[in-house]
Write a protein that binds this ligand. Structure first.
Ligand SMILES: Cc1cc2nc3c(=O)[nH]c(=O)nc-3n(C[C@H](O)[C@H](O)[C@H](O)COP(=O)(O)OP(=O)(O)OC[C@H]3O[C@@H](n4cnc5c(N)ncnc54)[C@H](O)[C@@H]3O)c2cc1C
Ligand code: SF4
Length: 512
């Protein structure tokens, strides 16, 4: 669709899980919505499941270059399509714990309290799980937060190799449980349970990503227009600087302006920060949302993530869909562990080519040999908000991600401890790889929400404190990264913000 001069109740930048969920809920309440997306639909094709296309040729990754804190250019693992990064996600749709909403003491410092309690947030998690079609088993996770009922779908189950590991773990006192997963794997569902899910897009449209579950159904209401291949350059404000009046967009090298009533930035945590910084004007010299707090772009977090291969030298691992098991035994402190370590979950089955793309000095045949005999894990620990970890724009407009990892001791302990457990289960060879700055998959925190305009960029309904009609609804709002995958929480906040807009903000003629 070409850029339009229609007037919309709500204009949303970005068609990822944040933008998609907003469009979905608002259109279902009768609002006229425009979604502006810089990418296009990701084609469903054989290459979706090709290790070479996805990991070596990086066929679907943006070509963009960002810079790190020293000014070195890097190519981020970010995807610009309808559905955003969720097109490639591992579909783990996990609630944060009750304790994540409270002050949590870590080895390296404090993870701050949220402006809302878990109890108040929980109903939005219910709706988010329904929207995403999550599979899971309630009551298995030893630190599961209270929930109102079962998951929308039963857990997808473990394949024999993983079931055997779960059994051995239980015999050692570890309490594994079914990782909540959003794929179309129930009776009549389209998922064939293949090995190329986590990190790949689904050729069958059976992964419950933002395109499939949120944007597609939103378009079916007839109230949502989607403009593709169109980059939003900046938000424009009125002369008072209190109200956004439009967005400046670029489509086919042409610049245009689109007008609306309410504006939502849902471009992802790094791009939303960059967009608000790029929208600086006389009234907002340091970017929109920075006047009161100077926190815009700061507190960038992305988790401490390590991929682990636990290798049995002789026995092949015949698993297909490996991402079904999760362990939270080390997530909170207790009387033997003075601080939280993090979460361990199954990783999509690694294949030799995926590894040699990142470790080119080890021959592919050797990595393939290991990958056929390994059980693979994703080990994830919280990184803490630090105002010096921040997104800024260089003078040539390039995004700079200044990031120094923190809370590493806890993460290293967890990696070491899990390696020890794997050895005790009969996997003597342990290979690990810590993710670096290019792996921005769990980016968050760059416009955190809060109760005090002096220390947060957004109010508790994700409205930019300094403006009447600008909201940020993507991973930017998270005040802490927690130790869990973020997408379900982004959807839950989008549902919450939508309900607030429908009840209190949208003109009464709009909301049904
Ligand atoms: C390989 C991989 C595996 C992952 N696995 C999991 C998992 O198992 N579980 C989980 O919870 N999370 C996972 N994640 C993370 C999850 O995908 C993200 O947290 C989530 O998708 C972020 O959603 P978002 O709405 O904040 O932003 P995004 O997904 O980044 O969406 C932003 C959208 O805005 C568009 N956009 C950006 N800038 C502009 C602009 N200027 N103008 C117009 N449009 C713009 C982008 O193209 C994109 O479509 C994974 C991510 C990756 C990459
Ligand atoms: S496991 Fe299912 S949802 Fe995932 S890529 Fe394969 S078919 Fe698609």
């Amino acid at each position: 669709m070409a850029v339009t001069d229609k007037f919309y109740d709500v204009v949303i930048v970005g068609a990822g899980v944040g933008g998609g969920a907003m469009a979905n809920r608002l259109a279902n309440a009768g609002a006229r919505v425009l979604v502006v997306e810089r990418g296009n639909y990701l084609p469903r094709e054989a290459d979706n499941w090709s290790v070479k296309a996805v990991f070596h040729d990086k066929k679907y990754t943006t070509q963009e270059l960002w810079r790190d804190k020293s000014g070195n250019a890097f190519n981020p693992s970010t995807f610009y399509f309808v559905g955003g990064n969720s097109k490639f996600f591992g579909a783990a749709t996990v609630r944060f714990r009750k304790e994540d909403f409270e002050v949590l003491e870590h080895e390296a410092g404090v993870s701050p309290a949220w402006p809302i309690s878990y109890e108040d947030f929980a109903p939005y998690y219910d709706e988010a799980e329904r929207l995403m079609g999550t599979h899971g088993t309630a009551g298995e996770d030893p630190i599961e937060p209270p929930r109102s009922g079962p998951y929308p779908h039963p857990a997808i189950g473990h394949e024999p190799e993983i079931e055997a590991i779960a059994k051995k773990l239980r015999s050692k006192g570890v309490q594994p449980f079914s990782l909540p997963i959003a794929i179309d794997r129930h009776e009549g569902g389209k998922c064939i349970r293949c090995a190329t899910c986590d990190g790949f897009a689904c050729k069958l449209g059976a992964k419950n990503d933002a395109e499939v579950r949120l944007v597609g159904p939103a378009l079916k209401t007839g109230l949502v227009d989607l403009v593709l291949d169109t980059k939003v350059l900046r938000f424009l404000t009125d002369t008072s600087g209190k109200k956004v009046t439009g967005i400046e967009v670029e489509q086919d090298d042409q610049k245009n302006t689109i007008h609306g009533d309410i504006f939502i930035s849902a471009a992802g945590a790094i791009n939303s920060a960059a967009l608000l910084l790029r929208s600086a004007n006389q009234k907002h010299p340091n970017g929109l949302g920075n006047n009161s707090s100077d926190q815009l772009g700061r507190n960038y977090m992305a988790h401490n993530n390590t991929a682990m291969m636990a290798i049995h030298p002789f026995r092949k691992n015949g698993v297909t869909f490996q991402k079904s098991l999760c362990i939270n035994d080390f997530y909170l402190s207790n009387n033997v562990r003075p601080y939280p370590l993090g979460n361990v979950q199954g990783l999509g089955k690694l294949q030799g080519g995926m590894l040699s793309a990142n470790v080119p000095f080890i021959p592919e045949w050797l990595m393939d040999h290991f990958a056929k005999r390994s059980v693979d894990w994703w080990i994830m620990s919280e990184d803490l908000p630090d105002p010096e970890n921040r997104i800024t724009l260089d003078s040539d407009g390039t995004i700079r991600v200044s990031y120094t990892s923190n809370n590493l001791k806890a993460h290293q302990e967890l990696v070491k401890h899990w390696g020890k457990i794997m050895r005790s289960l009969g996997y003597p060879l342990i290979l690990t790889q810590k993710m670096d700055i290019t792996v921005s998959m769990h980016q968050c925190g760059t416009a955190r929400f809060g109760t005090d305009p002096a220390t947060s960029v957004l109010d508790q309904y994700s409205r930019v404190w300094d403006l009447d009609n600008l909201y940020v609804v993507d991973a930017s709002f998270l005040p802490s990264s927690t130790g869990f995958n973020p997408s379900l929480t982004i959807v839950a906040q989008a549902v919450r913000v939508s309900e607030h807009l429908i009840a209190n903000v949208l003109r009464s003629t709009t909301a049904a």
